[in-house]
Design a protein around this ligand. Structure first.
Ligand SMILES: [Zn+2]
Length: 350
């Protein structure tokens, strides 16, 4: 009883002294949570698996470190946040050790920084991977949508915020799985592709890497509603669409788009443009790219951006001089990179 009383007395005194010293603001600040943020620069060290993607003179393990450092510098401008990196040198750190470190400091969120590449070098844009499960999905998807908006503002095409489940039925990506196992939400940010000209044009600007880090930090600041007297941002009242906690695991889309149909509306022999109308739909995920062929599907164009708010769009296909008959066929890709090929339409293009 005596102990309880003296505890209450100390509590009373400390609350009062806080009020006397600085008024209400000290009490309010004492109640504000300090967030522990872990930034994970992907890859690191030597040996093929540790380098990450290597294209066009860019090394993923180096870019992830540069973005992570820029992100840390920017995020540390905010109040009520402590920021850690999982590695600060070019060394191998296992995914398990990265998650263990985050757990050891009681992290609120792990952001794993990456750059992308695809086997056929045809994709471009940003994508965010998150856990498929419960609270982790809810938090990861909510953050991912904010992050995606920040990256879009830099000009990068957005492939979306996605889940992927492995054969074990758990999250496919190791860093997400290792963090979630330890009770920590984790998103992987694949900023852009090192093997596609559309994204490389941005990366060639040395300051762009820095801007990626600032964009990442700004997304974190918005998500945790932070404010900074250093950069003047105040996201205390920032509102975002909170994602519902799913009752079941959120499966990835493993099927092609439902439909892809084309019509050739006209061929202009002057400009040699064929005006094509395409209708496509995928009930599970958005259509994000399309491509076209005028040789019956032997060769296809580079991937074009598809306006994902529409099911039907029309576009011109330029037929080179000398091609006298064309067999037009198109493909629609969903944001899991699965495509549906359209019907074929033969036209005279002499
Ligand atoms: Zn990577």
């Amino acid at each position: 009883m005596k102990k309880v009383l003296s505890f209450l007395m100390i509590l009373f005194l400390s609350v009062c002294s806080a009020l006397w010293v600085g008024g209400g603001s000290i009490c309010a600040e004492a109640a504000t949570k300090n967030y522990i943020i872990v930034i994970d620069p992907g890859h690191g060290g030597t040996g093929d698996r540790n380098l990450g993607a290597q294209y066009n003179g860019f090394s993923e393990k180096e870019l992830t470190m540069r973005v992570a450092s820029a992100m840390k510098t920017e995020l540390e401008k905010y109040e009520n946040v402590t920021v850690y990196l999982t590695r600060t040198t070019d060394t191998i750190v296992s995914l398990e050790d990265r998650a263990k470190f985050a757990k050891s400091i009681n992290a609120d969120f792990v952001f794993s920084i990456h750059f992308n590449a695809s086997s056929e070098h045809n994709f471009y844009g940003s994508e965010v991977w998150t856990s498929a499960f419960g609270n982790y999905y809810q938090k990861g998807q909510t953050f991912g949508l904010i992050e995606s908006d920040e990256l879009a503002a830099l000009g990068l095409y957005q492939k979306g915020v996605k889940t992927k489940i492995g054969s074990s039925g758990n999250d496919y990506y190791g860093i997400i799985r290792q963090c979630v196992t330890r009770g920590i939400p984790c998103d992987i940010i694949e900023h852009c592709y090192l093997d596609h000209a559309y994204d490389v044009q941005y990366l060639k600007d040395a300051d762009f890497i820095n801007r990626l880090g600032v964009a990442d930090a700004t997304a974190v600041a918005k998500y945790f509603k932070l404010k900074s007297s250093v950069n003047g941002n105040n996201f205390t009242n920032y509102t975002y669409k909170s994602v519902k906690k799913p009752a079941n695991k959120v499966w990835h889309d493993s099927t092609d788009p439902d439909t892809c149909q084309i019509k050739v509306l006209a061929f202009d022999s002057g400009s040699r443009n064929a005006l094509v109308e395409m209708t496509t739909k995928d009930s599970q995920s958005p259509i994000i790219y399309f491509s076209y062929s005028y040789d019956g599907g032997v060769t296809f164009s580079t991937l074009q951006m598809w306006d994902r708010t529409k099911n039907t769009q029309s576009f011109n296909i330029n037929i080179p001089a000398g091609v006298t008959s064309s067999r037009i066929v198109c493909r629609a890709y969903n944001n899991y990179e699965l495509f549906k090929q359209s019907n074929e339409v033969a036209i005279e293009t002499r």
